[in-house]
Design a protein around this ligand. Sequence first.
Ligand SMILES: [Zn+2]
Ligand SMILES: [Zn+2]
Length: 366
Amino acid sequence: MRRPLRHRQVSSHHKKKKKHDLLDALPDDVVVSILSKLTSTASSPCDLINVLSTCKRLNRLGLNRVVLSKAGPKLFAIKAKNWSESAHRFLRNCVNAGNLHASYTLGMIRFYCLENRESGLSLMAKAAMKSHAPALYSLAVIQFNGSGGTKGDKDLRAGVALCARASLLGHIDALRELGHCLQDGYGVRQNVAEGRKLLVQANARELAFVLRAVARSSSSASLLTWRNTLSNHSSSASSVSSAVCPLLSDYGYSVAVPEVQPANWFLREWFESGRGRLGNGLRLCAHIGCGRPETRPHEFRRCSVCGKVNYCSRGCQALDWKLRHKMECSPAEIWPLEEDGGGAVVVGGGGGDGVGNDVDVRNGVV
Ligand SMILES: [Zn+2]
Ligand SMILES: [Zn+2]
């Protein structure tokens, strides 16, 4: 009875040793190439952390400049609660290796969370100069709001120009923002028809993006579901709408919202968890996928109908309206009437034109 067991133990030990030898036999450049592929497609920082903790060699090669330069955006999906000097150093090393996602992420964190505005701007500019679309869009939002400075520092034309560049690179939020700017004549000569055209394009791209995500998902059947539009005002409406694609809500379908960008999640977690403190009177953008905080009082646009929510941009306001806020927004002054059984005021008319209800509510925005 003992012999076969001993034989198996020896055999498994031998196999392990053999595997180990095979990895050792791979030249460094091959391992670096494999690790580069891994970091470029990583779904979370854990993918690299697990490799680094495997052995000394993988730890050394995993931090190779080439590997860090190829890392994809999800590798930088650091949780705000895990922020530390070593996380900061890791991002810095990736920036030094020429990684644009790292420049953008660290730029956002420094600008908004660590309040190191100059360094944050310069990191985002570094990524933007190499056509990193989210960095271009973020710089546009900063220009529109004069973030980090005074109201006089707003540069609407620069914001529009940055949005135009980001939208040419396929950034949907930038395209939507540009559409609103053209429609409203904000920072650019008003052209309602062209603005609406861009908004329809933004919605079409959003739809294509979401449907591709659904097609990739193994649980697509549960992601795409018919939603009864008549039940919009039921008590469960807000929980349903919080999980649907805003565009498709116009057509009676619900689809999972595209995932929020890692840098935006970090910002939101940073302030909501209390890790970072908002200054007196400062507020976060109410759109769930944004997380940008005000850098001075009254920096953001407020929904003048209810006065309860604030947005960093026209795009965030339009999206949040479709996604959530239309279920919650009530004019503050009619509340007493409602208590007396008075009629409710409808905010945002019926959409269905591909642009949606945001046009109506936006007229009441300050
Ligand atoms: Zn926002
Ligand atoms: Zn409102």
